[in-house]
Write a protein that binds this ligand. Structure first.
Ligand code: SF4
Length: 171
């Protein structure tokens, strides 16, 4: 079984990749996160996905779309902006899974206890149905701490905020 795995960053990829590999799943990675700002941070997270995927020998498709101004315009939307943020990424993952001939897709966002887990599941299933593929749902959250330790062991960069410019801590 081949699955397209949307990867939000290196540290969040560690545990889901380990688990999916243990299930015997063939992984095609996909880095597509136009929500990560500023550009230096986007590059850093991309580089760490690259570093991690080389260690694990996983092929990854990189899309360097970057849309800081779009997120800046959502400053009055509060947390509703996350709906758009997940939608954009999961819809593209669903489309690419079909194009790549994968049996389905999933996302490393499912490992984070800080994300809106149920919403990610709902949107993943919605886009799977829309594009005629499957959303491989897993609750990876029990492995979050283990994944962070794996990231430390691999000396991956571990960010301090979710991603968009609106989630960036004010100094
Ligand atoms: S807080 Fe995180 S999930 Fe929400 S819009 Fe920003 S980057 Fe996306």
């Amino acid at each position: 079984m081949k699955v397209l795995l949307h990867m939000c960053c290196g540290p969040c990829s560690t545990y889901p990749v380990q688990e999916l590999m243990n299930e015997g799943i063939d992984i095609q990675g996909y880095f597509y996160n136009p929500n990560i700002h500023p550009i230096e941070e986007h590059k850093k997270r991309r580089e760490n996905v690259e570093k991690f995927s080389k260690i694990k020998n996983i092929p990854v498709i990189y899309d360097d779309d970057f849309r800081q101004s779009e997120w800046e315009e959502m400053k009055d939307m509060g947390e509703a902006r996350c709906f758009h943020c997940y939608s954009v990424r999961l819809e593209n993952a669903a489309k690419l899974a079909v194009e790549q001939g994968c049996d389905g897709f999933s996302t490393t966002l499912l490992v984070s206890p800080y994300q809106k887990h149920d919403l990610i599941k709902e949107l993943g299933e919605k886009y799977a149905a829309q594009y005629g593929t499957a959303f491989l749902y897993r609750d990876f959250r029990p492995g979050f701490r283990q994944g962070q330790q794996l990231a430390r062991d691999m000396e991956l960069y571990r960010q301090k905020y979710c991603g968009c410019i609106l989630s960036l801590p004010v100094k």
